[in-house]
Design a protein around this ligand. Structure first.
Ligand SMILES: Cc1ncc(COP(=O)(O)O)c(C=O)c1O
Length: 403
């Protein structure tokens, strides 16, 4: 029998290519089950997971509490529409509002949807308070905000725009961490500034503290809505529940998704009351948004994430120190280490495609952020033990690469 009929991974990859849209470059492995920090493919090969479903599976895989929470809610009520209230949604809104110090929550199902909600809310606020001209957004070069039309328009990477013009008009892109550029870009038409406190897809680039403080001040002074996209960097990834807590300020709107229900689809927009009040019944909606199943799971996950914050800080410091040591030892290969907590990146002087493939062979899953950056976003349960396994294999590769 030919090889591809005996290898279940390749067999599934072939079937997938035949029937599934060709929108992703996937590795030819098909994952079957997970446990904690580990995943297993169709050939029962084990992988240490440093991807976490791209910063999603914060509690790792097959978390017993999450599974029980999901099953218990499924036995009661999965969906009931937003014609009625449901308790898990109200409880989740209360928790997120109290944790953030903002005023109200809106629920949806994904990151891009949360971004759309934020853009619409900021625009209706701008138009209502300043007039019909106040419709424009300022967002950052190298940002990533999702794949719907509003979200790609806000995204500051031309590769995501190609083939889809015309985009949403009225979005200006400026360089991140450059306050003078923001000052120059703002005018009477600006309704909102949108940024990721730590850019994810753009290569793990963190905002400087001083910059964020100045952005906050400028937006307050000019009456502009400040939106933080914490879809990737929120929900405990930086060692604080919200990334903005690292900066000592609050945005007017923050959007979350990815890790919020540990892998169950959910998105959320939180806004202060002065901003939230501009959405009235009929302005925005989502059929599945706020469904009791997703919210019940999220209530469980949020509580667990809070317990893991110290682990993220401790593990993050260890990871950062270890990566910095590696960067000085292999300074011919590594340009820079960035990020903190469990959202870190190593920029190499070469494309990381082969490194990632090599790590997969060694049983470690990692993901890139752009061509040359290895993104490190493990589940928040990750400990030094797993970090050491990852570092050992990374260094073995660099050693071979150099010699
Ligand atoms: C910062 C950021 N914003 C928005 C999104 C879009 O989220 P989703 O894929 O759930 O629509 C992503 C996804 O990677 C993201 O990293």
């Amino acid at each position: 029998m030919e090889q591809h009929f005996t290898d279940k991974n390749l067999e599934l990859a072939e079937l997938g290519k035949k029937y599934v849209f060709d929108t992703y470059n996937r590795f030819p492995i098909s994952l079957v089950k997970g446990n904690g920090m580990y995943l297993f493919d169709s050939n029962e090969k084990q992988y240490l997971d440093f991807v976490a479903g791209i910063a999603v599976n914060c509690l790792g895989h097959n978390d017993n509490g999450l599974n029980q929470t999901l099953l218990s809610q499924a036995e009661n009520l999965i969906h009931c529409s937003n014609l009625y209230w449901n308790e898990p949604m109200i409880k989740l809104a209360k928790t997120l509002v109290e944790l953030s110090g903002l005023g109200k929550a809106f629920f949806c199902n994904s990151g891009a949807e949360a971004i759309e909600a934020a853009l619409k809310l900021a625009r209706i606020k701008g138009i209502t308070t300043n007039g019909a001209h106040c419709t424009e957004f300022i967002s950052m070069n190298k940002s990533f905000h999702g794949r719907t039309f509003g979200a790609i328009s806000a995204t500051g990477q031309p590769k995501y725009h190609e083939g889809f013009y015309p985009l949403l008009p009225g979005v200006k892109h400026i360089n991140f961490n450059q306050i003078a550029e923001l000052e120059a870009a703002i005018n009477e038409n600006t309704c909102a500034v949108l940024l990721e406190p730590i850019q994810g897809e753009g290569g793990i680039v963190e905002a400087q503290i001083e910059y964020i403080k100045q952005v906050r001040e400028l937006c307050t002074k000019k009456g502009i809505t400040l939106i933080f996209d914490e879809i990737q960097c929120g929900v405990g990834r930086t060692g604080k529940f919200f990334a903005f807590e690292n900066y000592g300020i609050k945005p007017d709107i923050v959007v979350l998704a990815k890790g919020l229900a540990g892998g169950f689809p959910i998105g959320a927009m939180l806004a202060n009351d002065e901003t939230a009040k501009y959405f009235k019944p009929g302005n925005h909606a989502s059929t599945f948004g706020g469904n009791p199943l997703a919210c019940h799971v999220s209530n469980y996950v949020v509580n667990e994430v809070i317990k893991l914050l110290d682990n993220v800080i401790e593990g993050g410091v260890y990871l950062k120190e270890s990566l910095n040591k590696l960067a000085s030892k292999y300074d011919k290969l590594i340009l820079e280490c960035r990020g903190f907590g469990y959202m870190q990146g190593v920029e190499f002087k070469f494309p990381v495609k082969n490194l990632i493939a090599n790590l997969i062979e060694k049983g470690i899953l990692t993901v890139s952020a752009g061509d040359n950056v290895l993104r490190i976003v493990p589940p928040l349960i990750c400990t030094k033990k797993e970090i050491d396994v990852f570092l050992f294999e990374l260094e073995s590769y660099l050693n071979k690469y150099e010699n």
